[in-house]
Write a protein that binds this ligand. Structure first.
Ligand code: SAM
Length: 303
């Protein structure tokens, strides 16, 4: 792990000896923000305060990092591309930046201070698993301001009844209050991506340590319901391999009509359903009612 300190003013005014930034790697989702107006807007949405500790995933060439270092108390950033770590490290020192070389999917999030604010323009190829990873630490990471593909943001904030409403919507909204802040046209990045992006603001719903066992059950319940989104939930669960009596009883207890489709079920109803299934399974003391745990890891993609 490289830990270096940067002088962010050098990003705007690189010394003549500064080498040019390395060319972008497509496989790392490298689309760099080049519009200062958008950078300022992101910081405004995040309401960055002088006492804030910021965690940034993928600082890239430092477009966001620079302003974050000027506005916040401390910036912790993790970048996977060693070329960019070296590029940023070659700039002059700024005491506020702590730069790590590594994979954000492997980052030890429980070492971040309570109340850390996450601000990131996420690499699109791993944006969903990264989002789930961040949400798992909602007790610590209270506010997230993320730039993602526009259609991903649409799915995160989608409401029941919409065709965009799915696993990503339910799980994001269970963990956090989510709102789309604004769209970022492709022309604001280099290289220019094929699709537009958007900034989403997520505020953690709970400061309590998440109950991982319950979160896994909820994920299973939601994925099972959306496994066959055109079918009724009862049929979807049957086709997804669920034990019929377990799910039937839980639907009855939560007053959810088994003939409904997943896309009509609210986040609150899914939560109640997961609670009913959890208590049923706890009383049976075996987990024969659900597909086995190996199928329940955080998905790399959803919907
Ligand atoms: N923040 C910069 C900006 O807005 O211009 C760069 C954003 S670019 C969309 C995504 C950045 O994430 C790239 O710098 C890329 O190298 C980095 N990245 C990709 N996968 C990563 C991972 N798994 N962990 C940490 N950084 C990653």
């Amino acid at each position: 792990m490289v830990d270096s300190r940067l002088n962010q003013s050098a990003i705007t005014n690189p010394t003549p000896a500064m080498p040019p930034p390395p060319p972008p790697y497509k496989r790392l989702g490298q689309h760099f923000l080049v519009d200062r107006h958008v950078v300022r807007k992101i910081l405004k949405v995040a309401e960055v305060r002088p006492q804030d500790i910021i965690f940034e995933i993928g600082p890239g060439r430092g477009a966001l990092t620079q302003l974050l270092c000027e506005r916040a108390a401390h910036v912790i950033a993790v970048e996977l591309d060693l070329r960019l770590v070296r590029y940023l490290s070659a700039l002059r020192v700024n005491d506020r930046l702590e730069l790590h070389h590594g994979d954000a999917l492997e980052f030890p999030y429980d070492t971040l201070p309570m109340g850390t604010v996450v601000i990131a323009n996420l690499p699109y190829n791993v944006s969903t698993p990264l989002l789930f990873r961040l949400l798992r630490h909602r007790d610590r990471l209270h506010r997230l301001v993320l730039t993602l593909q526009d259609e991903v943001v649409t799915r995160i904030v989608a409401q029941p009844g919409s065709r965009d409403y799915g696993v990503l919507s339910v799980m994001s909204q269970y963990h956090a209050e989510a709102r789309k802040a604004f769209t970022v046209p492709g022309r604001c990045f280099r290289p220019v991506p094929v699709v537009d992006s958007a900034v989403v603001h997520l505020t953690s719903r709970s400061r309590r340590r998440p109950d991982e066992q319950f979160d896994r059950t909820l994920m299973k319940i939601v994925r099972g319901a959306f496994a066959h989104r055109r079918k009724t939930v009862m049929n979807s669960y049957r086709d997804a391999g669920w034990d019929q009596p377990v799910i039937q009883q839980a639907l009855e207890r939560t007053h959810i009509d088994p003939r409904r489709r997943a896309e009509t079920i609210t986040v609150q109803e899914f939560t109640a359903l997961a609670k009913a299934v959890s208590s049923h399974l706890a009383s049976r003391a075996t987990s024969c009612g659900t597909p086995n745990d190996s199928e329940t890891e955080t998905p790399t993609s959803v919907d």
